[in-house]
Design a protein. Structure first.
Length: 112
């Protein structure tokens, strides 16, 4: 986690708690926001104190002065783990009902 308003103030690094599959993608997400000055959102898994992973959604948007100068970034992070699990369960049920493989998912759900 870090605050960015033209200078970095490091609060702590997320890499050790991010799922290994999402570490590079997470860095790319934030780097792209900084490079383009555009907001974005990103889904990723974070390891809790017990070693289990939970899904989160982060959205970052730039706050600009009236002249367009970037002042700071505003962000929100939501725990979406229950929604992701329900979504995966729904796809499994649809796959079973329609006779498709249980591994079918257009969202390419990754196992935790």
């Amino acid at each position: 986690m870090a605050a960015y308003s033209g200078r970095w103030r490091t609060v702590g690094r997320l890499d050790p708690v991010l799922h290994p599959d999402e570490q590079e993608e997470g860095r790319n997400y934030w780097s792209n926001c900084l490079r383009t000055g555009q907001g974005a959102e990103h889904n990723y898994r974070v390891r809790d104190a017990q070693g289990n992973y939970r899904w989160f959604l982060t959205r970052a948007e730039p706050l600009r002065a009236s002249d367009g100068t970037l002042m700071l970034w505003i962000g929100v992070t939501l725990d979406i783990d229950e929604a992701k699990k329900a979504e995966e369960t729904n796809w499994i049920l649809v796959a079973c009902y329609t006779g498709r493989s249980a591994g079918f998912s257009p969202f390419k759900m990754r196992s935790v």
